[in-house]
Design a protein around this ligand. Structure first.
Ligand code: ADP
Ligand code: ASP
Ligand code: MG
Length: 634
């Protein structure tokens, strides 16, 4: 007998007929000898309707009252599903988040789960009941016992957190598509179903716009090693398994808050090539990285951002022994790239830096916690380390720094994030950095969170060798902020991102310009980054005062952007992947405004009007389209 947590999304419980169909599925699984906890979302588009009502009364309603309002949607569906089960003769009981004891922090509209009390659910399960729990909601850990919600799409997170707390055998997420697809089938109808995907890949896809799973649900599945599957509630097809490695030991206390960082990594085998003042027009990145790929050079980080006068800086890192070749390619192609363009600050040029290193913090607990990256920047600043390049992903924040600062940076990061050993991506003999600590920390199965025997069917991957790109995502809800003329000294990134972290604003694609500009005798760089559109005004207001006090220039906001991203764990050591993405955009005459990469993703910011076309051409370029058209059952 297995203990299974299932979650049904809005469309899966969107009508009385759908609720009855869900009840029948549940009864079948119980009759097969399993215990079930069922998490449900609000019916259909109920939550959107409630948000609209609130906005008709106030453009800026109190977040507490929003939680009071939005949590009602789930209360309707738990009662109806429980009644439908009882009507089929299946004992069942519905419980709100508060009745279960889903205890969260008091942060309204985006609360994190601190703890889940399991006694009441376990008692009802022993009585032979199906327990139907309201998703998306909890109760604060304060004396006032406030109703909280976890953030839009948060029922997935409720389900996986319950599965972890109850030590369930697995967690099933039922929705309106057959599983996790190579991209959103509403935009690309011939997207393909995947049999499985790694949790790191799914974390990226979910955070970069694939709303099929709430990113925090994937984070919990990864941290607790909870087997997770996404399936259609309309069929019996097996769906897509999200595969997690065996987790490190982890307590259930502070479920979503404990230990955001579990490793510090470094790589001293890095060198940087920058192309300054190249023209801002389609095809530049495609040509450059096409040439680099033609030489089979493996590029690690790539960043690009536009500047006042509409020229770009592109910078990338390669291993030290590839530097000469990479520099030669860049120098050879530069005249062709910048033909016919002159710039008031000077001509295009290639710059190389050899004495650099990359340090990174890694762990699955950083999503929506901007304070973690800010703390990394502050730690480096306090150690007197200047940051040259920043790359962020959902499981990692990497900074390129001066090689001479590497030991100091690692020691400081290990201390602040309480990581005893640093695990190392790539380690060069002869490097000084924490010599002797270069082994990967052994990952053990947790005694505190014993993993139950899994009843999950064995998964046969659709690809014997996973393709380098698994999925493509589009995010149309981002805005870009640029801070001009930020003084180039340690601590500036820390100061600026701490201000945003205090407002709980998450940032992505942080890019510092490579070129310097001297303003009033001080060397400055521009810093650009993206934030969720809803946070753009707040971010701007929060930064404005501080930025001028710190001697920075103006802040420029652009809401007309789209972010298109490719994700795949197989892109590491696979030259030419980024080049192919840039080339597909260039062929469509789509201009790339910003580029940021991590080990397993490449993101490009393009004009919002180009977003959907960009998604479609990139999806096609990687051969991800299948023969079938995916049915969305909504
Ligand atoms: P639910 O209400 O069941 O939680 P959601 O609307 O939150 O459902 O998520 C399912 C939707 O996610 C799908 O209908 C699809 O349009 C969208 N989606 C976006 N990207 C993907 C993807 N890569 N794979 C599958 N679905 C995706
Ligand atoms: N009903 C909530 C929403 O629409 C939570 C969820 O569906 O996951 O965001
Ligand atoms: Mg959802």
């Amino acid at each position: 007998m297995a203990l299974i947590v299932q979650k049904y999304g809005g469309t899966s419980v969107g009508s009385v007929e759908r609720i009855q169909a869900v009840a029948q599925r549940v009864v079948q699984i119980v009759n097969a000898g399993n215990s079930l906890v069922v998490v449900v979302s609000a019916m259909g588009k109920t939550t959107d309707g409630l948000v609209k009502l609130a906005n008709e009364i106030s453009p800026n309603p109190s977040r507490r009252e929003m939680d009071m309002l939005l949590s009602t949607g789930e209360q309707v569906s738990i009662a109806l599903l429980s009644m439908a089960l009882q009507a089929l003769g299946q004992p069942a009981i519905s419980l709100t988040g508060a009745q279960v004891g889903i205890v969260t922090e008091a942060e309204h509209t985006r609360a994190r789960i601190l703890q889940i009390k399991t006694e009441r659910i376990e008692r009802h399960l022993k009585e032979g009941k199906v327990v139907v729990v309201a998703g998306f909601q909890g109760i604060s850990d304060t004396n006032d016992l406030e109703i909280t919600t976890l953030g839009r799409g948060g029922s997935d997170t409720s389900a996986v957190a319950l599965a972890a707390a109850l030590q369930a055998n697995f967690c099933e997420i039922y929705t309106d598509v057959p599983g996790i697809l190579t991209t959103d089938p509403r935009l690309v109808p011939d997207a393909q179903l995947m049999a499985e995907i790694t949790c790191d890949e799914m974390l990226e896809l979910a955070s970069l716009g694939a709303k099929v799973l709430h990113p925090r649900a994937v984070e919990i599945a990864r941290n607790y090693g909870m087997p997770l599957v996404v399936r259609s509630s309309w069929t019996d097809e097996p769906g897509t398994w999200v595969v997690s490695p065996i987790p490190q030991s982890r307590s259930l206390e502070g479920l979503e808050l404990a230990r955001p960082v579990d490793g510090v990594e470094f790589d001293t085998d890095q060198a940087k090539v920058s192309l300054l003042r190249v023209p801002d027009r389609p095809g530049i990145a495609a040509r450059l990285f096409g040439e680099i790929a033609a030489q089979s050079l493996d590029v690690d980080l790539i960043i690009q951002s536009i500047h006042e006068s509409n020229t770009n800086d592109i910078a990338f890192t390669v291993t030290k022994n590839s530097l000469n070749q990479a520099e030669a390619v860049a120098t050879a192609i530069l005249p062709a790239l910048s033909r016919g363009v002159s710039h008031p600050d000077g001509d295009a040029e290639v710059m190389v830096e050899t004495r650099i290193a990359k340090v990174a913090i890694a762990g699955a607990g950083m999503i929506g916690r901007p304070g973690v990256a800010a703390q990394m920047f502050a730690t480096l600043a306090a150690a007197g380390v200047n940051i040259g390049m920043i790359s962020t992903s959902e499981v990692k924040v990497s900074c390129v720094i001066d090689e001479a600062d590497c030991d100091r940076a690692i020691a400081a990061l290990c201390q602040v994030f309480d990581v005893r050993e640093s695990s190392v991506g790539r380690w060069e003999p002869g490097t000084k950095a924490l010599a002797g600590q270069q082994e990967l920390a052994p990952k053990t199965s947790s005694p505190g969170v014993a993993r139950p025997t899994t009843l999950k069917p064995s998964v046969s991957s659709s690809h014997p060798v996973p393709p380098p790109v698994r999925g493509v995502a589009l995010d149309l809800n981002q805005a870009r902020l640029a801070i001009r003329h930020v003084p180039d000294r340690p601590g500036m990134a820390a100061e600026l991102f701490q201000i945003l972290a205090r407002q709980n604003i998450s940032v992505d694609m942080i890019i510092q310009s490579q070129r310097c500009r001297v303003v009033n005798g001080i060397t400055t760089r521009d810093i650009a980054f993206t934030v969720g559109q809803l946070d753009a005004d707040l971010a701007c207001a929060a930064l404005e005062n501080a930025a001028s006090a710190l001697g920075c220039g103006e802040i420029v906001v652009d809401r007309e952007i789209a972010k298109v991203s490719i994700v795949g764990a197989g892109m590491v050591n696979h030259p030419g992947i980024a080049a192919r993405m840039f080339d597909s955009l260039a062929r469509q005459q789509i201009n790339i405004q910003m580029i940021a990469t991590s080990e397993i993703k490449v993101s490009c910011v393009v004009a919002k009007a180009d977003g959907v076309a960009a998604l479609q051409v990139v999806h096609t370029a990687f051969g991800l389209s299948g023969g079938e058209t995916i049915q969305v059952s909504a």
